[in-house]
Ligand binder design. Structure first.
Ligand SMILES: Cc1ncc(COP(=O)(O)O)c(C=O)c1O
Length: 386
């Protein structure tokens, strides 16, 4: 049987990982500035995480949500403490798209209205409603098309006010990434997030903070949306939550009440997933990783500003992007194949940095030196051939 060929692949097979490094099947070591797509929060194969999962595996990996699972309550308490949202409620899932799907569905159940507001360059996942609120027609199948989504320009308060003035009676929720990831590292203005809060309150709509990529400490705060100083009604979480173990969830404000049967999932909140998620939070606390992400991020951004050739350095914490001009279009490939550094990308010309929150100062220097050298090499090759 063949694999369904949907991923454009780098010709590399990763077989081992530790901290911020991964190794291929030829023993070549790579620095992981991509965090396996923003997933690696506490570092690859962190010993505490491995031990927690191993111990749980030897007790029980899975039993369904039809019985008590005390680990879920333990996780909720820890998450409340680390995120500062102690009065919120937790519903556990397995992927980011599922978190989006359930957040928007719950909002609509709660408010009894149909329309969602989303923003230009958004990405919220690939399942039906998640892809419908994603601003990329190329990945929306005919069956996912719905008249219920209104797209507004990102960070445009006037346009959002007009949207609510025109459709406020029908709007169930507004969904926004605190820092857009796939869209190219675009930071939501604090004023804009405050405006969303005000408009949602005025028009009885739910503010959904997509924190799948920008959450879990990556921005230097637990939720990047918190920079605005207002609370969302629902936060979605995935990627960094399990450090590679598939676990996701939504945090739900206390005024949104559950009903039996309203939401459900087979795998969400299983014992093994809870153990992985607890291990992640324990390490985040123990190693002070949210503060580390903030400091390392500031250091990287400051040094990037002194590197000639790259443009528009932006982002917060360890979610950083910059534009690569046409003359350096091969920079990402060169970093990977000649300097053995993984980075992320966003179309058409953005390099995204999403390393583990536990990356060391030495490793950030290793990356920045490689970047500088790679740029110089491309420029000198161009000069020779010109
Ligand atoms: C902001 C955001 N939301 C949702 C998703 C979907 O997550 P998943 O791929 O786990 O379904 C992603 C994935 O990249 C994301 O970046």
């Amino acid at each position: 049987m063949k694999l369904f060929d949907v991923y454009p692949l780098n010709d590399i097979t990763i077989v081992k990982a530790q901290g911020s490094y991964v190794w291929d099947d030829n023993g070549v070591q790579y620095l992981d500035m991509y965090g396996g797509h923003a997933v690696i929060s506490i570092g690859h194969t962190h010993p505490h995480w491995v031990k927690r999962i191993e111990e749980q595996l030897n007790k029980i990996a899975f039993y369904s949500n039809s019985v008590h699972i005390p680990l879920q309550q333990e996780l909720a308490a820890k998450l409340g403490k680390v995120s500062g949202k102690e009065d919120y409620q937790l519903f556990l899932l397995s992927s980011g798209a599922e978190a989006t799907e359930n957040a928007l569905k719950l909002a609509s159940f709660h408010i009894g209205k149909k329309k969602e507001v989303a923003f230009s360059k958004s990405f919220h996942g690939r399942t039906s409603l998640a892809v419908a609120v994603t601003d990329n027609p190329a990945i929306v199948a005919p069956v996912n098309e719905t008249g219920n989504v209104i797209f507004c320009p990102f960070n445009d308060e006037k346009a959002l006010e007009k949207c609510f003035a025109d459709h406020g009676k029908e709007i169930s929720s507004v969904i926004i990434e605190g820092i857009q990831g796939v869209g190219g590292i675009n930071v939501a203005d604090e004023k804009f997030l405050k405006k969303i809060r005000v408009l949602c309150d005025q028009h009885n709509a739910v503010y959904v903070a997509d924190s799948v990529q920008c959450g879990y400490g990556r921005s230097g705060q637990f939720f990047s949306h918190d920079a605005a100083g207002v609370n969302a009604d629902i936060y979605t979480m995935a990627k960094g939550m399990g450090n590679g173990f598939p676990v996701a969830g939504i945090l739900i404000a206390p005024h949104i009440q559950p009903k039996h049967g309203m939401l459900g999932t087979t795998f969400g909140g299983n014992q093994l997933a809870c153990a992985a998620a607890l291990a992640v939070l324990e390490v985040i606390e123990e190693e002070n990783l949210i503060e580390m992400a903030k400091q390392r991020g500031m250091y990287i951004k400051n040094r990037l500003k002194n590197i000639d050739g790259i443009e528009n350095i932006r982002g917060r914490g360890l979610m950083i992007g910059f534009d690569v001009p046409a003359e350096l279009k091969d920079l990402r490939k060169k970093l990977l194949y000649d300097f053995n550094v993984f980075t992320g990308e966003a179309k058409p010309n953005v390099i995204r940095l999403l390393p583990s929150l536990a990356i060391s100062k030495k490793q950030t220097d290793e990356f920045l030196d490689a970047l500088q050298e790679a740029i110089e090499e491309i420029k000198s090759q161009k000069a020779v051939t010109a």
